[in-house]
Design a protein around this ligand. Structure first.
Ligand SMILES: *Cc1c(COP(=O)(O)O)cnc(C)c1O
Length: 442
């Protein structure tokens, strides 16, 4: 598969394609665009027909393979998938809807899928290289933890995570700075924007480039995006399988729809890949918080990027989602409208959903997942399990945001994975928000 920059598509009609390895290890295209696959592959018919019988890891391999064809051999891909996705993604029934729990990985959020695959893919793509690869990443909290954990112990790669001192939660700090080994943490006296500015400045520094091989691992990396198509395909297959098992009155053409709580729109992009490949999916709801640039665009055809506004679903506070360019590189607005409905949700409705769902079903939603749940309510969408079930993607474990959830529900059970992370001792170097200070420590 060749990859092209979203910008080069406009300027030179997709001329200079690069390999998966280049797209993944470079991160951002040299012209500032995002890498997109030349085409979205289709599952072979035989695979499509046997979806309900296939195991999670087999669907994962079939989904990722065409994107890395000729660069990662199937047997290696099988190993990568086994070791990256060593936790489950259960589909649970809550009321008359399904919830796809994507928070059973080591940092209790769906970003583990992308980060863990990316780490292992990087390690393979750089096999035989003498110089270690240095990954520099800025985080406001969640991404840093997933990247740190994903790369922890991966040979030949070291990671430096910059985070704003005192502005991440105690759990996030332990996920970023509590691992040690090949993961270094730097607490910057400043904001997330300062951290991002420092990382950009470090990448632009010629001296540093001579001294070490640098790469980024931020959320626009195509190696983080593609593995996220996997859980859409496996969940869609699971719905077909269950519909025969529990005696649902399943119709051959009935398919699951997904409601995706969205911020930077990487998750939804991956869903559209799975859909286009031929996974048995009906449609999508793109739910945002008050940062409603995309739902508004779907409604009015006018794209108005804005400064992001702070909400309860912080990981979705994005006013100008960068992955949306990726979506527009593949689909026109009119086509998108056929299978995506946008909706935006206020903090008030988000809280109401957390409280209501707990009261009615005893189920805990985190604030991001609650945006998805409330979005379906606002659109008045009825999910009929036997005919057209709706699945809300649960993007984080509620215990990760206990300070928001618990006042609405009472105490949230804390999974062992989070309990163990809380026992770690965070160890970070503190620096002022200054490039020279950063250069001194890396
Ligand atoms: C990153 C994140 C999102 C948003 O995902 P995008 O791919 O940026 O749209 C939603 N929920 C949680 C918990 C996240 O960490």
């Amino acid at each position: 598969m060749k990859y092209y920059s979203t910008k080069s598509k406009v300027t030179n009609g997709f001329k200079d394609g690069v390999s998966f390895a280049t797209a993944a290890l470079t991160g951002l295209a040299p012209d500032g665009g995002l890498f997109v696959p030349a085409e979205i592959p289709r599952y072979p018919k035989a695979v499509e027909m046997s979806f309900p019988q296939m195991a999670f890891h087999d669907i994962a391999v079939e989904t990722i393979m065409p994107f890395v064809d000729g660069e990662i051999p199937v047997s290696i891909l099988e190993d990568i998938v086994q070791s990256a996705f060593n936790f489950s993604a259960p589909l649970v029934i809550v009321g008359d809807r399904l919830v796809l729990e994507l928070f059973h990985g080591p940092t209790a959020a769906f970003k583990d899928f992308g980060a863990r695959f990316m780490a292992r893919a990087f390690s393979f793509l750089r096999r035989g290289e003498d110089n270690p690869l240095n990954i520099l990443v800025a985080t406001s909290g969640d991404t840093g933890g997933a990247v740190a954990d994903g790369f922890f112990g991966v040979e030949g790669i070291s990671v430096t995570v910059l985070y704003p001192k005192g502005r991440v939660s105690p759990l996030q700090e332990r996920q970023i700075a509590g691992l040690g080994g090949n993961i270094a943490a730097i607490a910057v006296e400043g904001s997330f924007d300062d951290c991002q500015r420092l990382v950009k400045a470090a990448f632009a520094d010629e001296g540093l480039k001579k001294r070490m091989v640098l790469s980024s691992a931020n959320s626009i990396n195509v190696a983080r995006l593609i593995p996220q198509a996997v859980y859409y395909a496996t969940a869609a297959a699971e719905v077909l399988k269950r519909s025969t098992e529990v005696g649902w009155d399943w119709q051959p053409n009935s398919r699951v729809s997904f409601c995706v709580p969205s911020g930077n729109f990487g998750n939804l992009t991956a869903g559209l890949y799975a859909y286009t490949m031929g996974a048995p999916i009906s449609r999508f709801i793109a739910a945002t918080n008050v940062n409603k640039t995309v739902p508004e665009y779907l409604q009015t055809s006018i794209y108005t990027p804005r400064e992001s506004q702070k909400t309860l679903s912080t990981a979705m506070d994005v006013g100008d989602p960068s992955n949306f360019d990726r979506i527009l590189a593949n689909w026109s607005l009119n086509t998108l409208r056929k299978f995506i409905t946008g909706v935006w949700v206020s903090d008030e409705d988000t809280k109401k959903a957390i409280a209501d769902v707990h009261e009615k079903y005893g189920y805990f939603l985190d604030p991001h997942t609650a945006v998805g749940w409330a979005g379906l309510d606002l659109l008045n969408i009825r999910s009929v399990m036997e005919l057209y079930p709706y699945a809300v993607l649960a993007t984080a474990h509620p215990a990760k945001f206990a300070e928001i959830v618990e006042p609405l529900t009472g105490s949230v059970p804390v999974p062992t994975i989070i309990q163990n992370a809380m026992l770690r001792k965070p160890c970070a170097k503190t620096i002022p928000a200054d490039l020279n200070a950063l250069m001194d420590v890396i």
